[in-house]
Design a protein around this ligand. Structure first.
Ligand SMILES: Cc1ncc(COP(=O)(O)O)c(C=O)c1O
Length: 395
C-alpha cells in the first residue's frame, strides 16, 4: 500500500507511540489526583505543555489542550467574538476557503448577530495582507485566516496579515492545523493572538490538539466542568495523547529542515509527472505550498471514480469533492479559487510524507496516468470535449 493522504491523517510515529504506551499501560493516573501516580501524570502533562510551547515559540501558560483542531478553532472564534461583543464590535473577517470548523463556527456566530466578511481567494490559492487591511472596519473584532489550506496546500502570508491586525488593533487567529510540524511556525514573529493545531496531522494521535492563546486573553468556555486547563477547557486531560502529540511535534520540528527538503523534492517530482497528463491542472500556487501537497484537476472525469480505482491499486488518496448527505458537492476550496463545478468534480489530492520514496512517487504517477486514461475512455463528457461539443477549461 502507498499511503498518500497525509493531510487527512498521518501514521503515528514511533516517538509518539513510545511516549504514549507506558502512560496507557502504567501511568494512567488522573493528573488532578494528589497521590504519586496522579502527580506523575501531571508532570508529564506539564512537560508536554512546555514542549509544545517551545515548538511554537510560545509560553507554556499560553497553551491549552483540546480534543483537536475543530475544538480549538471553535473556542478561538467564540472567545474573540465574546471579547469583541463587550466592545460593541461584531464584525469578523475570514476567507472563502477555510476549513468547515471555521466556516460553520462563523455560521453559528452569524446567527448570534455577527457580520462576517469572507475574503475572495486569488486563483493561485492565496489571500493578501492588503485584502485584509481593506476589509477591516471600525467594528471588526477578529480576523481568522488559515496558515495552510488543507486541500490545495497554499501557505498564506500570515506574518504580514498579523502585522496588519496588530496595527489596526484587531485580534488575529490562524488555523495552523495543516502547517504545524511541516513548516516553521512562530506565534511571536507572526503576531497571532490565537492559533489552532491538531496532533494527528504530524504523526501524533487523533482526538488531541492545542489552542494557543496569547497571554492576557481569557478564553471563553465552550465546555463546562472542572478546573482543568485553568478552568477554560474542563475535562480529565488525555495525558497519553497529549504526550504523544508533544513527542511527535518535537520530532517533527527537529527533523523539519531535512524532511521539508526531501518531501518538497518528492512533491515536485509528482507534480511534474502528473502535469504530463493532457488537460490536467495543478490547483494552487506551485511555490507557496506545503512541502507534501499535490492537488490536480482533470478534465472529463469524476474524482470519486479516480479514488476507487487508485484504491484498487493500493494507493490511498483523496478528492476535493465531499459526499455530503448523499449529494456530491464540489469542494468549496476549488470553487473559491475559480475552478468551475465540472472541473472541480475531477480533482485529486495526494499528500506525501518523509517516509515515501522516489519509487513510490513513480508508482503513483503511472497509476494516476493509467486510471485517468481509463476513466476518460468511458466518459461521455470526455467524448464531448474531444468532439468539440464542449470546450476545455484546462488547456
Ligand atoms: C485546516 C484544518 N482545520 C481543522 C481541522 C480539524 O482538525 P481535527 O480533525 O483535529 O478536529 C482540519 C482537519 O482536517 C484541518 O485540515
Amino acid at each position: 500500500m502507498i499511503y498518500a493522504d497525509n493531510a487527512a491523517t498521518t501514521r503515528p510515529s514511533r516517538a509518539a507511540l513510545d511516549a504514549m504506551l507506558p502512560l496507557l499501560e502504567e501511568g494512567y493516573g488522573n493528573a488532578s489526583s494528589l497521590y504519586t501516580l496522579g502527580q506523575k501524570a501531571r508532570e508529564h502533562l506539564e512537560n508536554a505543555r512546555a514542549q509544545v510551547a517551545k515548538a511554537l515559540n510560545a509560553q507554556p501558560n499560553e497553551i491549552y489542550f483540546t480534543s483537536g483542531g475543530s475544538e480549538a478553532d471553535t473556542q478561538a472564534l467564540f472567545t474573540a467574538a465574546r471579547l469583541g461583543e463587550k466592545q460593541g464590535k461584531k464584525h469578523i473577517i475570514s476567507t472563502k476557503f477555510e476549513h468547515h470548523a471555521i466556516l460553520h463556527a462563523l455560521d453559528a456566530l452569524e446567527k448570534q448577530g455577527f457580520a462576517v466578511t469572507l475574503l475572495d481567494v486569488h486563483e493561485n490559492g492565496l489571500v493578501t495582507a492588503e485584502q485584509v487591511a481593506q476589509a477591516i472596519r471600525p467594528d471588526t473584532c477578529l480576523v481568522t485566516i488559515m496558515t495552510a489550506n488543507n486541500e490545495i496546500g497554499t501557505i498564506q502570508p500570515i506574518a504580514a496579515i498579523g502585522a496588519v491586525c496588530k496595527e489596526k488593533g484587531v485580534l488575529f487567529h490562524t488555523d495552523a492545523v495543516q502547517a504545524v510540524g511541516h513548516i516553521p511556525v512562530d506565534v511571536k514573529a507572526w503576531q497571532v493572538d490565537f492559533l489552532s493545531l491538531s496532533g494527528h496531522k504530524f504523526h501524533g494521535p487523533k482526538g488531541v490538539g492545542v489552542l494557543f492563546a496569547r497571554r492576557g486573553l481569557v478564553l471563553a468556555n465552550i465546555i463546562f466542568g472542572g478546573a482543568q486547563e485553568r478552568g477554560r477547557r474542563p475535562g480529565t486531560e488525555n495525558v497519553p495523547a497529549i504526550c504523544g502529540m508533544a513527542a511527535a511535534l518535537t520530532e517533527a520540528v527537529e527533523h523539519m529542515d531535512a524532511d521539508r527538503a526531501r518531501v518538497t523534492a518528492l512533491r515536485d517530482r509528482l507534480i511534474a509527472g502528473i502535469a504530463k497528463i493532457p488537460h490536467s491542472g495543478l490547483n494552487g500556487d506551485a511555490v507557496q505550498r506545503l512541502p507534501g501537497n499535490v492537488n490536480f484537476c482533470f478534465e472529463g472525469i469524476e474524482g470519486e471514480s479516480l479514488l476507487l480505482l487508485l484504491d484498487d491499486k493500493g494507493i490511498c488518496a483523496s478528492s476535493g469533492s465531499a459526499c455530503t448527505s448523499g449529494s456530491l458537492d464540489p469542494s468549496h476550496v476549488l470553487l473559491a479559487i475559480g475552478r468551475p463545478h465540472e472541473v472541480a468534480h475531477g480533482s485529486l489530492r495526494l499528500t506525501l510524507d518523509a517516509s515515501m520514496t522516489e519509487s513510490d512517487i513513480d508508482t503513483i504517477i503511472a497509476a494516476v496516468t493509467e486510471v485517468v486514461g481509463y476513466l476518460r475512455g468511458i466518459s461521455p463528457v470526455w467524448r464531448d470535449l474531444q468532439e468539440g461539443k464542449r470546450s476545455y477549461v484546462i488547456q
